[in-house]
Design a protein around this ligand. Structure first.
Ligand code: SF4
Length: 301
């Protein structure tokens, strides 16, 4: 990471740090979460692209793409953070360590670099869980390779970001055209489960318009609890000047979650700390936005 300047922002809560890596031609963000202490649970979300061409409406990248990130740059974000905190051994003696490919970028659109990074991270930090989070772009070759990597490395997990219960609504929220439908995601997730014997997650950000009974019924009809687990998440504000624009009504999220729990689903709620002061949540790429404003000529979309 010699080519990169690194800035670290600490949340006032004291358990979340955002690392911003900038060079002449790219910006990356990674977020470190500490739960109780680093040896209890450590999570690092890292970038797989600089910018992102997917253009999710809730995301601070604002449909701007700079370039894909190399395998060394993905591994470099994790190495840097662990070294900075003096916890390189956390992957050997920590109770739970997770590296998530979900800060910025769509991993399946940069699969060849992500694949090499996953294999190297697994070699360097063998007990770390490696979670791929994807909107499911229609890239069959990348998916086939990703399934093979998931068979090779039992620490690999898979999460599909769906966020809506119909393709019509999902297409509005995630306007990237070349992506799989919800039914195709169901089929892909089922294949992944059959091949790996592990349960894929469905990430569902609740925004107050997608949590009706009908939404729950549609999702339950499509995704079997025998195969799929659900993550219900808050919606974070993509823009620093609109900090209250997100949806964080935990009671509403819990109520929706409860319907799934009653129906036999394995569920969890994701409400990341550090959202309000350093933009620690999904899509909160505040420092990326600043860099893009200052480096407009590097942005290709
Ligand atoms: S949420 Fe993820 S996939 Fe969607 S635009 Fe942002 S970085 Fe890309």
């Amino acid at each position: 990471m010699d080519n990169f300047d690194v800035k670290v922002f600490e949340s006032s809560e004291g358990n979340v740090w955002k690392y911003v890596f900038t060079s002449d031609d790219a910006v990356m963000e990674a977020v470190l979460y500490r739960y109780e202490d680093f040896y209890k649970r450590t999570v690092i979300c890292c970038s797989t692209m600089s910018g992102c061409p997917v253009g999710c409406k809730f995301c601070g990248t604002g449909n701007k793409f700079v370039r894909s990130v190399s395998d060394n740059e993905i591994v470099g974000q994790i190495d840097y953070i662990l070294k900075d905190k003096g916890i390189e051994d956390v992957s050997y003696c920590g109770e739970r360590v997770q590296f998530m490919f979900m800060s910025m970028g769509e991993p399946l659109l940069n699969w060849w670099n992500v694949d090499r990074a996953i294999r190297e991270l697994n070699w360097k930090y063998p007990s770390a869980e490696l979670l791929i989070s994807t909107i499911a772009p229609d890239e069959p070759e990348a998916f086939n390779k990703m399934i093979q990597t998931s068979i090779d490395i039992p620490k690999v997990g898979l999460q599909f970001s769906i966020h809506k219960s119909t393709d019509r609504e999902r297409n509005k929220l995630i306007p990237y055209e070349n992506k799989f439908t919800l039914r195709e995601i169901r089929d892909l997730g089922s294949v992944w489960y059959t091949m790996t014997k592990r349960h894929p997650y469905l990430n569902y950000c609740i925004d107050g318009t997608n949590n009706s009974l009908e939404d729950a019924e549609r999702l339950m009809n499509l995704f079997s609890p025998a195969i799929f687990n659900f993550t219900f998440s808050v919606v974070c504000s993509a823009n620093e000047s609109m900090k209250d624009a997100g949806f964080k009504n935990i009671d509403v999220i819990r109520e929706f979650e409860y319907a799934f729990m009653k129906a036999g689903y394995n569920t969890r709620i994701f409400d990341p700390a550090g959202q309000d002061d350093i933009g620690g949540g999904c899509g909160q790429l505040w420092y990326v936005q600043k860099w893009m404003k200052e480096h407009g000529e590097k942005v290709t979309k």
